[in-house]
Structure formats: structure tokens, C-alpha cells
Design a protein around this ligand. Sequence first.
Ligand code: CTP
Length: 379
Amino acid sequence: VVGKICQELGFKGYLVGGVVRDILMGRRIWDLDFVVEGDGIKVAERFAQHYRVNVHPFPEFGTAHLKVGDFKIEFATTRRETYPHPGAYPVVEPASLKEDLFRRDFTINAMAISVMEEDFGTLIDYFGGLRDLKDKLIRILHPLSFVEDPVRILRALRFAGRFDFKLSKSTEKAMLNALSMHLLKQASRGRLLKELTLAFREEKLLDILKLYRQYKVLEELIDGFQWSQDLELKLEKLKEVVSWHKIEFPDKKLEYGWLYLVILLEKVKGEEFLRDMSAPAWVRELYRTYKEQAKEVIRKLHQAKKPSEVYLTLKGFSEPFYLLLAIEESLRPKIVLYMEKLSKLKVDVSRFSGLKGKELGKAIENEKLRLMDETFTLT
Ligand code: CTP
């Protein structure tokens, strides 16, 4: 359909960027990015008419967004970006497809597929993206790429972690150079933290964090942050806990990335950082509880000799908090017992028919405690 509309208008249309990469890698796609040599917004408007959906144009950027079913679709006019000086906002002008691809971050993200009838499906790869995909390499298109846009430092490590790719030699050199200039401290904090939240949603987050450690990027972004062996170990153990939780409670759609962030921020004053990251309220609450109460709860759990003591120690906290406590392996049996059994225990209330209100509650609670100590044992 896009090809036909472009044809009618005398334009040329292409799929570009991440979607092309994902198609070539055989990955699932939900975002379709098209660029048009001509006028992207015009094409988007006709496309929206065809599918009878709303279109949201952004004339100042020459782009338009729409949704068809589960697909998020963006149309843009091919453009060139030139930077008057490093780190400055780019000057944007309409340009050829090649120039549009050249302004992008990495070779694997700078390929296009034609959607025109005459060469439908043809891959356009000016910069060796396909070769780099095969060689599993992240490669920038020109040496100043990270200087022009330091957010790309984080993006490079996110893609490297996600796909298990390496940085090409020259890309690594350029990145180290940009890092030594502390460009992450100077770039727009809003954009950097937005990119960081994307990383914290990734399945391979731990691998990305290891790359962050290797290149010392969190030190640039979080005041007072320092890596340690203990911290890395905790994150590895958290990964075990998360894998367990995903299997045992598949319906609980928890955003696990935040748990890793809470652990990363344990030793710093992280409240402000969480706010800057737009962390949801439950995360900020979890952070506070973890910092203020985890030590004491862990101590009590170690001492607990009966299921009822485990229950009384853990009652009232949130599920994410239990997951953080379970980082400590020796506590896991108690926490699992609580989450799977003790917290769900029901008692027969018909025996207490004479009681009401507070008294009833107390009787039920006592019966629960008695029952759990009778039914379960701590191993
Ligand atoms: N891009 C870029 N520099 C950036 C951000 C984006 O050059 N700082 C370009 C890349 O070509 C990228 C495209 O814009 O492929 C779309 O950006 P985005 O949707 O953020 O990236 P995807 O590659 O689609 O990543 P993801 O798979 O995480 O959605």
C-alpha cells in the first residue's frame, strides 16, 4: 500500500532503521518506520485514509505517526542532519535516502528496504550493515558519531547486550574517546535517562549492565556510584530470583528492570535519580523500604525458627520487596514458603461464628498461625 501511494504521488518509499535489522535477523516486529523521498506526511495521510485510522502529524519534524492494529507506524521525510558544533542541535534539511541513512547511529540500523513496486523488497545497504549483522558487530558510520550524539554510547551497549554483538575496533576507540571527554555528563540528561529506561526494560539487562561496568558509564550518570564485586554478585543473584519468579508467577507482569535499579542505587542517595528516571511510585516506595528496612527484616528472617515467625516478619511488605530479599540464597526457602503457601493460607471461619469485628480478626489470625506451624516445617 505504501509503495502504491508513493507511486501515485511521484515519491519513493522505504522501510528503514531497526525494523530492517529485525527483519533480517528474523525477529518479531511491531514498529514500522518508513521514510519517503518526497513528503512523508502526505503519504501518511493517504495511508491513514486507506486504513480508516487517525494520523498524528508533526510538521516541524516532517513526520507522522499512526496505528494499524498492533502495528505502530511512522512516516518521515528523508532528511540530512548537520551539527554546527559537537553536541549542538542538528540543522535538519530534506535530503536523499543515502544522506538519511548516513545520519543514523550504527550500520545495522542504517539499512533500508524498498517498498516500491519496481524493486519491492530490495535491500539498500550503503554502509555494510548486512556484513556487520553477520559478523555480530556494532559499528558507527563516522568517527564523530558519539560526539554528535552521546546517547549513542548507551545505545551501542544496549544493542551489544541485546544481540550479543561486539563493538568494532574503531567504534570502541571512538566510544572510549567520547567517554574520556565526559560527554555523558554534558549531553541532555532527559534524553540519556530515557535511553537508560529502555535498557532497563531489556531481557538481557544483566549483560548490558556488565557492558556499562566495563565502560564505566553509570559512574558518569549517577552521582557517587561505584561498582563492586559484591554489587555484581547481587545482580547475578537477582537474575536467578527473577527467572524463578517468571516461571512460578507468569501472570504477574512485573517490570523487573526496576528491581535491578534499586539494587544499583543501594549505596547512593538514589531518590532524585529515580525521580529523574520517572520511576513509578511503587519503585520509589520499594527503594525506600529496601534501604530502611531490608537489613532488619533479613536479620529476623535468619532467626525465624517457625513458619509463623516467617509469616509475621514478611507480612505486609510488597512482592518486589520479597524478590529483593531472596537475593540472599539462604533465605530463599523461607521466602518461597511465604509467597507460595503462608500468604495464601485460609482458615475455616465457621468455627468463630460467635465473634465479630476485631475479635474475629484476631481469632482468625491466631488460628492461621497455629495451622501453619502445624502444617509446614522449615527445612
Ligand atoms: N537513531 C539514531 N540515533 C539515535 C536514535 C535513533 O540514529 N540516537 C536511528 C536508528 O537508525 C534507529 C532509528 O533511528 O534504528 C529508530 O530509532 P529507535 O526506534 O529508537 O531504534 P530501533 O533501532 O528501532 O530500536 P528498538 O529495537 O530498541 O526499537
